[in-house]
Design a binder for this molecule. Structure first.
Ligand code: SF4
Length: 259
């Protein structure tokens, strides 16, 4: 059959017009639940406080300087892994002067079991030198000064300000980020957004320990892959779905939420 270029009207008349394949509607994104009201937020922290009135960070240290070093080493590493390396290190090195005297090669060797150890060793030596040169060997109780130190970001500064200087800062790590989004306390797409949200909603009296409670809750109960909702002390307040049932129990009402 001769057809005019492009088919033309004849072609369209005799040839069945192919219907475009039915496109699947994209799955609707599950709605994010609304943040908890202020009273529920207070109840969450009151319960976490009742369980553990004085929560402690799990990074071992002997003074603000070793805390700063331990936190700087903990990026993308577990606290247990950092402690294993720093325990023998902090038995002989507890000041920036001693760290500089130890030197980068020996430090690298001491922390070689920790991820990114080469870069971290370089930063720890550089930040120790900066502390000696600019702060008389002391850790400054000042966010801006801390964040100027090599390898020290906002999260590290927040942890040091909180644990060494008793300031009610919200250090948002992976656990704090997840728990804040799941309950939700302070939903946000970035750690900075979650930090800003927590700063607004955490009642003053819980400010000092809030980030530790959230870290511990996220690490041991509200775990990333499978939150242990059946033994969660705030499950009745939490808006995350589906909740994980107790082992051996069927799941209840699977309404997926975004986080
Ligand atoms: S109920 Fe489940 S999802 Fe909600 S905070 Fe507790 S462990 Fe996390």
């Amino acid at each position: 059959m001769h057809l005019p270029a492009g088919g033309g009207p004849y072609y369209n008349a005799v040839m069945p017009v192919k219907k475009p394949a039915a496109t699947k509607r994209p799955a609707r994104k599950p709605k994010s639940p609304k943040p908890l009201p202020a009273e529920a937020v207070r109840t969450v922290f009151a319960r976490l406080h009742a369980i553990d009135p004085e929560p402690k960070g799990e990074l071992e240290h002997v003074n603000p300087y070793t805390l700063l070093v331990a936190v700087a080493l903990s990026a993308q590493a577990t606290d247990a892994g950092v402690n294993k390396a720093t325990r023998p290190l902090f038995a002989k090195v507890t000041t920036p002067q001693e760290m500089v005297a130890l030197g980068e090669d020996a430090l690298r060797d001491a922390i070689k079991t920790i991820g990114l150890f080469r870069n971290k060793a370089k930063n720890v030596i550089a930040l120790s030198k900066a502390l000696i040169e600019n702060h008389a060997g002391e850790v400054p109780a000042d966010r801006e000064a801390l964040e100027k130190l090599p390898g020290v970001g906002r999260k590290t500064a927040n942890v040091v300000l909180n644990m060494a200087f008793g300031m009610p800062t919200m250090a948002v790590d992976t656990h704090v980020f997840r728990v804040s989004n799941r309950l939700p306390l302070a939903p946000g797409k970035t750690p900075a957004a979650v930090e800003r949200g927590l700063d607004k909603v955490v009642p003053k009296e819980f400010g000092l320990h809030a980030h530790h409670w959230l870290i511990l809750h996220g690490r041991y109960v509200c775990k990333a892959r499978k939150p242990e909702c059946w033994r969660c002390p705030v499950a009745d307040l939490c808006r995350f779905e589906p909740k994980t049932p107790a082992p051996g129990r069927p799941a209840v009402k699977p309404e997926a939420t975004a986080v």
